[in-house]
Design a protein around this ligand. Structure first.
Ligand SMILES: Nc1ncnc2c1ncn2[C@@H]1O[C@H](COP(=O)(O)OP(=O)(O)OP(=O)(O)O)[C@@H](O)[C@H]1O
Length: 402
């Protein structure tokens, strides 16, 4: 689920009554009336709600309910990786350059990152425990989740060695910069934990997912839920998806009204196959989605394989402002007159980027969540290993002058 908060769009107004339609005031003061975002609607888009019904048309996935102590670990400050992360320990224990010969650049980079964050976390701990017995400082045990780690490892093996992680709604897309591969491709437990711990999108799932809900959590309850009852780790078999073939589809009142290219890059070849793609998506919606999802208003994401012979369902999102409307404006989608037969005959509208220039004008996803400024300053023109070294030294210097 996107955490899309356009700077220039007005804030959502408080809705007083349960089930009342959600109103957003536009800059021109024309109210936008969204279908109410209820707890139920949001939960319908949680992975564990929809996956059992749509398993056969989606990517092979495993849902692992997370133990509460792991949820607390995710919520805790600092990015330290649990005890089985041998690389973390190997790096911090080893001063001997010769020991590093067998470690690849990517492993070394990751180990440096982990050591850096571990050091930061220990620094924070030291700062906040000035009054404590000195012998206790820096000796807090690293978190250790043997049962969970084993289940994750088994799943990675079952899925061919590479998985894509997410929680109930969101993936840690904003944290891909921290991974040695710059993607969400995970090959071991520490890849997954590092991404989850570094992502604001994951933090949002854990503590703010229900924030925009318009109804009370349950009868007699006063406000919205604070967090999902069960936090799930979803591991999906890794797929080398071509971003050009990903599309977001908008459904209003059980009608597929719009389809947008998902990746905000211009792809010259798409124009020539647009009609074919649209037909495939319409058929997929009619045959496999419509009537099987419990809501009448929602969005869903699809991937069409390069040879165009298969469509995969990737995800569902609520028909709500918090979902990125990509090449459409929520306003135009909400103002469509679904009673107008003539208008309906021309739907769905499918939009692709029309030129490279148009692509460069589109807001890049989570541009503000990517590399911290000091990371980009340091990275200029360096190899991964050089950059990691420089980054590590910079953090070390900063922590000794603090
Ligand atoms: N199994 C997979 N293997 C490789 N890449 C994947 C896989 N699943 C999803 N992706 C990639 O990750 C992107 C985000 O996936 P997904 O929609 O599940 O995450 P999300 O955080 O819910 O995103 P959004 O908020 O935009 O809905 C997809 O657009 C796709 O490019």
């Amino acid at each position: 689920m996107s955490i899309y908060r356009p700077e220039d769009e007005p804030e959502q107004q408080e809705v007083g009554q349960q089930q009342q339609q959600q109103t957003v005031t536009t800059t021109e003061d024309t109210p936008l009336v969204f279908p109410p975002l209820t707890h139920q609607r949001l939960e319908n888009c949680a992975f564990s709600s929809w996956y059992p019904t749509f398993r056969s048309i989606s990517i092979k996935s495993k849902i692992i309910p997370l133990p509460e102590d792991f949820v607390s670990y995710l919520n805790a400050d600092g990015v330290f990786i649990p005890g089985q992360s041998g690389l973390t320990l190997a790096l911090s224990d080893s001063e001997d350059e010769g020991d590093d010969e067998d470690i690849s650049d990517a492993d070394r980079f990751k180990a440096l990152q982990e050591a850096t964050f571990r050091q930061r976390a220990e620094g924070e701990q030291d700062d906040s425990s000035d009054d404590e017995d000195e012998s206790d400082q820096g000796e807090a045990p690293l978190p250790y989740f043997p049962g969970l780690e084993q289940e994750i490892e088994q799943t990675i093996t079952e899925f061919g060695g590479e998985v894509f992680p997410k929680l109930n709604w969101s993936s840690p897309r904003d944290a891909s910069w921290i991974a040695a591969t710059n993607t969400l491709k995970c090959q071991n437990v520490s890849d997954i934990f590092l991404l989850l711990k570094s992502s604001d999108f994951i933090a949002h799932d854990l503590a703010h997912a229900y924030e925009d809900c318009s109804d009370a959590a349950a009868e007699g309850a006063e406000g919205v839920k604070e967090r999902p009852d069960t936090v799930d780790l979803v591991l999906r078999k890794w797929f080398d998806l071509a971003p050009s073939m990903e599309f977001r589809c908008f459904v209003r009142d059980n009608k597929l009204v719009a389809i947008s290219q998902r990746d905000m890059t211009y792809y010259d070849f798409l124009k020539g196959i647009q009609d074919e793609l649209e037909d495939k998506i319409v058929d997929f919606f009619e045959d496999r989605i419509n009537g099987h999802f419990p809501d009448s208003d929602y969005t869903f994401d699809v991937y069409i394989t390069r040879n165009k012979d298969r469509i995969y369902l990737i995800d569902f999102n609520p028909f709500a402002q918090k979902t990125d409307s990509l090449l459409f404006d929520w306003k135009e989608l909400l103002q469509l007159d679904l009673e107008d037969k003539e208008q309906l005959d021309h739907l769905p509208a499918m939009r692709l980027l029309e030129s490279e220039a148009a692509g460069s004008h589109m807001q890049q996803p989570f541009a503000f969540n990517r590399y911290p400024a000091d990371v980009t300053d340091l990275s200029n023109g360096q190899t991964v290993a050089e950059f990691a070294e420089a980054f590590y030294k910079k953090v070390q210097a900063a922590s000794t002058t603090d």
